[in-house]
Design a protein around this ligand. Structure first.
Ligand SMILES: *Cc1c(COP(=O)(O)O)cnc(C)c1O
Length: 461
């Protein structure tokens, strides 16, 4: 399988090069040249597979440059860190199916992709005798999942900047209790934007970037999307095991990575009725799907902070397909966005969008009300991100389809909001309780680019 760029500016490359490139060098995103097809019979033959076995079946046609037994071992190691034997179990609650994606080390769905990516990086770097220094900024979830994905891995050092005191206490501990020698937490006296600006400046300094082999782990890496495709197949099989015919997915969306993985599963032939794109008040993608209005506005802070995003980085991958694989159209669309702050779509394009997706936006009051009513009806606690998806599914998806809602975080990770909604305490899982007594390591710094640059330069592998 070869990989191309959505902007058409690179020669096709192999899987391992696509993983190491992350963002395409022409500024676009990498995509496979085609999608392997899974026929009805083949899909049926996957019904008895364990999660890692299924993951191998889904992932391997996209990867022809890693030997089969090595890829198998890598996938097994990635999912052995999950605490549930089914890795991503599906539970039926009050007419909806909850796909629990939070049984990884940091209790959020990003572990599904980042455990895999960490092992992939280690494999490729060891093979090539290279090193990688990952630098990233986080407001919470991505940073902790990335740190746990690469801790102790050969060939990799990671530097994660977070705004001091501005992540949740659990998120901060999930990062700073990782004291492996290859992990450097940097708490910045400033905001998330300060952290992100400094990381961008470091990457824009091409000399520094080359000299220290800097790399990123943001959601634009193809391997992350690929790992997430697996659980759409897994959930579809589990739901149809119990007799359902039509299956739709509701996906709480920020960067469009998770829902794009669902779109890939559909293109591979998985019979999905509808992909429901659920947003909070940051609803540019809902406006796009429902009104054809893709215009930028400000970001507002909500109780589902991992979805407080304005420009969804993975949206470009979908645009490439919407434009029927014409990179010049993608370039035009982003030129229009830069000049006018919006992208316009034709009636025919919007018709095709709505054949695949539907969308609803659930505001803060709606999110808290969903957590509360769901808890009273079922005794099951939803985290605020998951609640956005459940609220949207109840509003839009017909009850005669199996409505699968992706549960992207454990409720205890956002316990404050959940307690506010239900008025009762969220039981603290062992994985969180254990953090309190653990040793921590973290460097505090002002939002001073020079200081950060020197710190990194002195510690790169
Ligand atoms: C990252 C995240 C999301 C959004 O996922 P995208 O792939 O960015 O759309 C939703 N919920 C939680 C808990 C997250 O951490």
């Amino acid at each position: 399988m070869r990989y191309i760029s959505t902007r058409g500016g690179i020669q096709p490359i192999c899987f391992k090069d696509a993983v190491m490139m992350g963002l395409a060098t022409d500024g676009g995103l990498l995509l496979p040249e085609s999608y392997p097809q899974v026929s009805g019979e083949k899909l049926e033959s996957w019904r008895g597979l364990s999660y890692p076995q299924l993951a191998f079946q889904v992932i391997s046609p996209f990867v022809d440059d890693i030997p089969v037994d090595i890829l198998k071992g890598l996938i097994e190691r990635s999912y052995a860190t999950f605490t549930h034997p089914e890795v991503t179990p599906v539970v039926h609650q009050d007419g909806v199916y909850i796909l629990e994606l939070f049984h990884g080390v940091t209790l959020a769905f990003k572990d599904v992709a980042l455990q895999f990516l960490g092992n992939l990086f280690e494999q490729i770097l060891t093979e090539r005798g290279e090193r990688l220094n990952i630098v990233g900024a986080t407001s919470g979830d991505t940073g902790s999942a990335a740190i746990h994905g690469v801790r102790g891995k050969k060939g990799i050092t990671i530097f994660i900047l977070h705004p001091q005191g501005k992540t949740s206490p659990v998120q901060a501990l999930q990062m700073t209790t990782v004291t492996d020698a290859n992990v450097h937490n940097i708490a910045i006296h400033g905001t998330f934007d300060d952290c992100q600006d400094m990381v961008k400046s470091l990457f824009n300094d091409l000399d520094f970037k080359e000299k220290h082999s800097l790399g990123a782990v943001n959601s634009i890496n193809w391997a992350r999307v690929l790992a997430q495709v697996v659980y759409y197949f897994w959930a579809w099989l589990r739901v149809t095991d119990s007799g359902s015919q039509k299956v739709s997915f509701s996906v709480p969306t920020g960067n469009f990575g998770d829902i794009f993985a669902g779109y890939v599963a559909k293109r591979m032939g998985l019979p999905v009725e509808k992909l429901l794109l659920a947003t909070n008040e940051n609803n540019i993608l809902t406006r796009f799907i429902n009104q054809g209005d893709y215009s930028l506005s400000g970001v507002v802070a909500t109780v589902s902070p991992s979805m407080d995003i304005q420009v969804a980085s993975n949206f470009e991958r979908y645009l490439y397909h919407l434009y029927q694989e014409r990179p010049e159209k993608v370039r035009e669309a982003f030129a229009e966005l830069r000049e006018k702050g919006r992208i316009s779509f034709s009636a025919d394009e919007m018709k095709r969008v709505r054949a695949e997706f539907c969308s609803a936006s659930v505001n803060q009051a709606g999110t808290l009300a969903t957590i509360d009513s769901f808890y009273r009806e079922t005794g099951y606690l939803l985290d605020p991100h998951t609640a956005v998806g459940v609220g949207a599914a109840r509003e839009l998806l017909p009850a005669d389809t199996a409505r699968v809602c992706l549960a992207t975080a454990h409720p205890a990770k956002f316990g404050e909001a959940v307690e506010k909604a239900t008025g009762s305490r969220v039981p603290v899982p062992d994985a969180i309780a254990a953090l309190a007594g653990m040793p921590t390591r973290c460097e505090e710094m002002d939002a001073d680019l020079e200081q950060v640059r020197e710190f990194i330069a002195a510690r790169v592998g």
